[in-house]
Design a protein around this ligand. Structure first.
Ligand code: UD1
Ligand code: CA
Length: 455
């Protein structure tokens, strides 16, 4: 197969009106990644070849979103949405260069796997002219039905064009279709739009191939990999399937998920072996977690690095740029943004650390806040190794606290503190013996006098 030239055409035009969204349908994310990017990743996993992307309205947004997955984008525009065959023909110039295999993928079916692409190409290599990935489902509504006769695929009928009996067929079109490059343009040019929607259907190439005595075959995939997304309800179903697969993969790779159905991963989450993730944890994009980490319940993590042996949460929020190094601890109700928490440092309770470097082994007391923002600019706080920040301190950046230094609790620190120093940034306490009692008496007398006046 490697010596067969392949062109993958990914359809990403059409606004997807049933999503009721200003975002083009194929940019709706699954696991934090646009659906169409999942499809492009699948194409790459299947061994690449050339890729043509067909975009329509909102095309610029689609182009931008897929740039990281399509280093050499060949982008075609379908100016008007006239159906899937019409969309494929937008890439006519690419097809005309001559390919052995042409594989068409829909940008709204993100769970298709590379193996499926390869199995269709294998059919072409074995002499088929058209190969379709089908799946069986108990809920065929909305899908094209694969019409077979004597074990041969003779047509795909769209839901709206189905006769009553055909509607009962549960073998459906996934949307993944491979065409022999030699005849693809011929078949596509023969597609008309005489159907319920008045669209040029890619699926009609099967009946046309059959009429011409060419060989069309189907390959069966699991329903889970074939699901397409036309509504937000279907988007949620696809997300759920993706998450289920990813959780299983994580557990098989040595990660403990105590309540897997409550943990949500992103497309790029990395988690090391022997890490335990407690219930109700959200991994946004860009999170990597080392080995032997404990993520306690109810954490929200995005674009964060968590090194081996760290402990996070419960109820911690790690925002972009949080960098927890070996055995660091970030505890309950703490937020960390764009900050290093170096080896063994502890940020344990009710704290905000933003734009900061916290040295190895430093201890940040409860309620400490780095005041990093003055309404205009952001400033850095540096805390040296082994420093101790007393509870409820405000560190007004830019500011630095030296190694092994102490900051007394309740301080507002506006000036740098040298290594080994002790800094107080608060008024000195004054204690007056007996004055509490006096005060109490004075207040009681005043209240008594006021009450007597009223009655
Ligand atoms: C399509 C198939 C149907 C299959 C289902 C699988 C056709 C005619 N029907 O139906 O057999 O069961 O997918 O999910 O192909 N697109 C364009 N330009 C267009 C029209 C569509 O680029 O003019 C793109 C869309 O962005 C989408 C994909 O093609 O990614 C499929 O289009 P959609 O309208 O969702 O087709 P379905 O009705 O779901
Ligand atoms: Ca669809």
């Amino acid at each position: 197969m490697t010596n067969r030239k392949c062109l993958a055409i990914v359809l990403a035009a059409g606004e997807g009106t049933r999503m009721k969204s200003s975002l083009p349908k194929v940019l709706h994310p699954v696991a934090g990644l646009p659906m169409v990017a999942h499809v492009l990743k699948t194409v790459a996993d299947a061994g690449g070849g050339d890729v043509a992307l067909v975009v329509g309205n909102g095309g610029e947004a689609v182009e931008k979103a897929v740039a990281p997955f399509l280093p050499k984008p060949e982008i075609f525009r379908q100016e008007q949405r006239k159906g899937t065959a019409h969309a494929v023909l937008a890439a006519r110039d690419a097809m005309a260069r001559g390919y052995d295999d042409i594989v068409v993928l829909y940008g709204d079916a993100p769970l298709i796997e590379a193996d499926a692409v390869l199995s269709l190409r294998k059919e072409l290599a074995g002499g088929a002219d058209v190969a379709v990935l089908g799946f069986r489902t108990s809920e065929p509504t909305g899908y094209g039905r694969l019409i077979e006769e004597g074990g041969r695929l003779i047509a795909i009928r769209e839901e709206k064009d189905c006769a009553e009996a055909e509607r009962a067929i549960t073998f459906c079109n996934s949307g993944l279709i491979a065409l022999s490059g030699k005849i693809a343009l011929d078949l596509l040019s023969a597609v008309g739009n005489d159907n319920a929607k008045g669209e040029f259907y890619l699926t009609d190439v099967v009946a046309i191939a059959h009429e011409r005595g060419l060989a069309a075959v189907s390959v069966e995939a699991s329903e889970e990999n074939a699901l397409g997304v036309n509504t937000r309800a279907e988007l949620a179903e696809v997300e759920a399937l993706w998450q289920r697969g990813r959780r299983r993969e994580a557990m098989l790779a040595g990660v403990t998920l105590i309540a897997p159905e409550t943990v949500f991963f992103s497309h790029d989450t990395e988690v090391g072996a022997d890490t335990v993730v407690e219930p109700n944890v959200w991994f946004g994009p860009g999170v990597s977690v080392g080995e032997n980490v404990r993520i306690h319940a109810f954490c929200h993590l995005e674009q964060a690095q968590i090194a081996n042996g760290c402990e996070v949460g419960p109820f911690a929020r790690l925002r972009p740029g949080a960098d927890l190094r070996g055995k660091a601890k970030v505890g309950n109700f703490c937020e960390v943004k764009k900050a290093v928490v170096d080896e063994g440092a502890k940020v344990n309770h009710l704290t905000y650390i933003g734009d900061a470097f916290i040295g190895a082994g430093a201890n940040i007391g409860a309620g400490t806040i780095t005041c990093n923002y003055d309404g205009f600019g952001k400033y850095e706080t540096r805390i040296g190794a082994g420093a101790f920040i007393g509870s409820n301190s405000a560190l007004v950046a830019p500011v630095s606290i030296g190694k092994e230094a102490y900051v007394a609790s309740g301080s507002v620190i506006t000036e740098d503190v040298p290594d080994d120093a002790l800094a107080f940034g608060r008024a000195r306490q004054a204690t007056k013996p007996g004055r509490g009692k006096e005060l109490r008496q004075r207040f009681a007398d005043a209240k008594k006098a006021a009450d007597a006046k009223k009655s």
